[in-house]
Design a protein around this ligand. Structure first.
Ligand SMILES: Nc1ncnc2c1ncn2[C@@H]1O[C@H](COP(=O)(O)OP(=O)(O)O)[C@@H](O)[C@H]1O
Ligand SMILES: [Mg+2]
Length: 252
C-alpha cells in the first residue's frame, strides 16, 4: 500500500481530504458545507449563506483564515486577522482575497454563527481518544476557546483568546433553552462518530482534537479534525483532571 500510505500521510494535515472523508450520511448534518475555493464556489456559498470562511487547505493555528460576507449593494465585508474592511464589487473582492491567498490552495466553508461569551464567539476543542488495544473511542477532554478581541478565529495564540471549561461557557451564553448537559452529550456523540469514521482512514491513530462549534440554536458542527492536537490548553485550566486523563490515555 505504498501509494495509499503516501496519500494518508498527506491527508493528515489536509482539510479538504479530511472533509471528504467525513462526508457520510451520518456526519453530513454536522458538517458545514465546504468546497474547494474557486470564484464559482465562493459566490455560490455566499449567495446561499451570506457569510463564509475561506481558509488554507494546509493551514494551522488560524493562519490565513478569512471571513467574507455579503452586506448588500454589491458590497462585501472582509474580516481578516483583527482587521475589517468593505470592498465594492465581486471582482475587487476576489482580487483582494487572491492577494492574501497567494498560491496556497484554499477551501470555502459555510460560516457557523457561534454563541458568544462577553461578546466574543467561542468554539470548542474536543479530544477523542482510544487506548492502544481498545476499539472504544472516548471523549477525554473538552474546552471552550473564546476568540480574542476583534478576531474570528479562536486559536489562542493568534487571537490572544482565552480558554474556560465548556459548561461555564455554555452557561454564560445560554443557547436556546437547551441544558448544558444535553448540549455536552450531543457534542460527545458527534465527536465519537467522527473518530469512528476517521479510524478507517488513519489506521492505528488514537487521538483526534476536533474543532467543534455550536450555533445559537444548539446545533453541533464539526469545523475541522486535527490528528496532532495541541494539548497545552488543557493545562491552563485550574482543574487539571482532563489534562491528566488525556496524558494517561496517550500512554495506555
Ligand atoms: N466555518 C466556520 N465557522 C465559524 N468559525 C470558523 C469556521 N471555520 C473556522 N472558524 C474559526 O477559525 C478557527 C480556525 O479554523 P480551523 O478550520 O480550525 O483551521 P486551523 O487549522 O487554522 O485551526 C476555528 O477554530 C474557528 O474559531
Ligand atoms: Mg483548528
Amino acid at each position: 500500500m505504498e501509494k495509499g500510505g503516501e496519500l494518508m500521510e498527506n491527508a493528515t494535515r489536509n482539510k479538504w481530504l479530511k472533509y471528504r472523508f467525513m462526508e457520510t450520511r451520518q456526519l453530513l448534518p454536522y458538517l458545514p458545507e465546504t468546497r474547494l475555493m474557486t470564484r464559482d464556489s465562493l459566490w455560490n456559498l455566499i449567495k446561499k449563506y451570506r457569510h463564509v470562511i475561506v481558509k488554507p487547505i494546509k493551514g494551522s493555528r488560524g493562519s490565513g483564515v478569512i471571513q467574507v460576507s455579503s452586506i448588500g449593494n454589491g458590497e462585501y465585508a472582509i474580516h481578516y486577522e483583527n482587521r475589517k474592511m468593505t470592498i465594492k464589487g465581486k471582482e475587487n473582492t476576489y482580487q483582494y482575497l487572491k492577494r492574501i491567498m497567494g498560491d496556497r490552495r484554499y477551501v470555502v466553508q459555510r460560516k457557523i454563527s457561534r454563541p458568544t461569551v462577553n461578546k466574543r464567539p467561542f468554539d470548542m476543542r474536543v479530544v477523542v481518544q482510544r487506548r492502544r488495544y481498545s476499539r472504544l473511542w472516548e471523549v477525554t477532554g473538552k474546552i471552550a476557546k473564546i476568540a480574542g478581541k476583534g478576531y474570528i478565529v479562536s486559536n489562542i495564540s493568534r487571537s490572544n483568546g482565552t480558554v474556560m471549561p465548556v459548561d461555564r461557557a455554555l452557561k454564560k451564553s445560554s443557547i436556546r433553552n437547551l441544558s448544558t448537559k444535553t448540549l455536552q452529550s450531543k457534542i460527545d456523540r458527534v465527536a465519537k462518530l467522527t473518530a469512528r469514521r476517521l479510524e478507517s482512514f488513519f489506521e492505528g491513530h488514537r487521538i483526534y482534537g476536533l474543532d467543534m462549534a455550536l450555533d445559537k440554536n444548539g446545533h453541533v458542527w464539526i469545523i475541522e479534525a486535527n490528528l496532532f492536537p495541541i494539548l497545552s490548553h488543557f493545562r491552563k485550566l485550574k482543574n487539571k483532571t482532563m489534562y491528566y486523563r488525556i496524558m494517561k490515555y496517550k500512554n495506555d
